[in-house]
Design a protein around this ligand. Structure first.
Ligand code: BGC
Length: 380
């Protein structure tokens, strides 16, 4: 409720800044504290929202890194869609460096962005930048990853992260028919970055389904590493996942013991595990899960080195966020479909959750090629 009120108030400020225009960065920086808010109040009454074209409105888009394929797609889709809707776009990547991202977001605020869309590198490191945004009445949409411990986050748009984990866990249960077996299957778990709020959701979604089988003895984790803190991968780095799995393979599986399941939360960690398997493992090839349908991983699915992935169509997320930006600016009710799951420590952030989709070698063509996500050549 508080946020809805805030969004109504913000709309006035934003409509005003659209009337005033963006100006140059320096002008905006210099005058915002003194003049900006007053100007906002005087023009709010005129509303202007229905007439306010997107032109002159600047949206800051902060992305974590270019190193991972998906964020390049997210950024490109956001830029394309926002520009098509007539907005000016300030798109920045931060090389997975928290301080760089903080500075980028602060610059966006100081250079007159009217709305911020932020995919956080570390969910809890943006507090001060968020306070600055709040002071200037700039609405913030957390993109894919929730920004933690701040009440300046207006909305959150993501995929259903818990469901991503469930899709991975259920796949393992179905493939090995775990409800109808006397066998014991070995499993190792590789999860995501502890600084990314999503990582816990992926892990919980899968492990809530798989833990009962571990307790029954149908699944055995030879390394004994099952807690999130033990299996997490800082910054989702392929190399970190690879060296951890190389250690596990040489310690627990070098004697010829088969490893049956590698539960990996996403494709970058799955790639590390696949590299480790290629280098250090001689047994029957395990089930390997992933998420994102990155090109390398899709190629590995086709080649039988990864069993499945979870497709999160970044075009869908970008369209949803662009729609939300428009709704915020026009003072319309913003589309959300979840108002209970994502508490960032200061309260539940109203969220829009897109649907993740199961992908494997049997449906990738339809999902990824027929839909125009990739060309056939990209997957060769
Ligand atoms: C995203 C995943 C991605 C991971 C690593 C998560 O926040 O939801 O799609 O694989 O970050 O970048």
């Amino acid at each position: 409720m508080k946020r809805k009120l805030l969004s109504v108030l913000l709309t006035g400020a934003l409509a005003a800044s659209m009337f005033v225009g963006c100006g140059t960065s320096t002008e905006t920086t210099d005058t915002s504290a003194a003049g900006g808010d007053t100007a906002a109040e005087t023009t709010t009454a005129e509303g202007g929202d229905s007439t306010a074209a997107a032109g002159g409105t600047k949206v800051g888009v902060a992305m974590p890194t270019k190193d991972l394929q998906r964020w390049n797609q997210d950024g490109a889709n956001m830029q394309k869609e926002l520009e098509a809707a007539g907005y000016e776009v300030d798109l920045q990547y931060a090389s997975n460096d928290v301080q760089t991202q903080v500075s980028q977001v602060e610059n966006m605020i100081n250079s007159g962005c009217n709305v911020l869309v932020v995919a956080a590198i570390e969910g809890s490191s943006l507090g001060e930048a968020m306070d600055m945004a709040a002071e200037k009445n700039i609405p913030v949409i957390a993109y894919d990853r929730l920004i933690m411990n701040s009440d300046a986050v207006s909305y959150y748009a993501t995929f259903d992260n818990y469901k991503v984990g469930q899709v991975q866990g259920q796949y393992i249960i179905d493939q090995l028919d775990l409800d109808n077996t006397d066998k014991t299957f070995t499993m190792e778990v590789t999860a995501g970055d502890p600084g990314d709020n999503n990582a816990g959701f992926f892990y919980d979604g899968a492990m809530d389904l798989l833990k009962p089988y571990i307790e029954k003895g149908t699944i055995e984790v030879k390394s004994g590493q099952t807690e999130f803190a033990d299996v997490a991968t800082a910054q989702w780095a392929t190399e970190t996942a690879q060296s951890r799995m190389e250690n596990i393979l040489s310690t627990y599986y070098a004697d010829g013991t088969n490893l049956d399941i590698c539960l990996c939360s996403n494709d970058s960690t799955a790639l590390g595990v696949e590299n480790a398997l290629a280098a250090n493992y001689k047994g029957d090839y395990p089930i390997v899960t992933g998420q994102d349908c990155d090109i390398e991983n899709t190629k590995n699915m086709i080649a039988g080195k990864q069993s499945m992935s979870v497709f999160k169509d970044t075009r869908t997320l970008a369209s949803q966020v662009v729609k939300m930006v428009g709704q915020i600016l026009k003072g319309e009710t913003v589309d959300v479909n979840d108002e209970k799951t994502y508490d960032n420590g200061k309260g539940v952030v109203p969220s829009y959750l897109c649907e993740p989709v199961f992908a494997d070698k049997d449906n990738y063509k339809e999902l990824l090629i027929d839909s125009g996500y990739y060309t056939e050549d990209q997957l060769k």
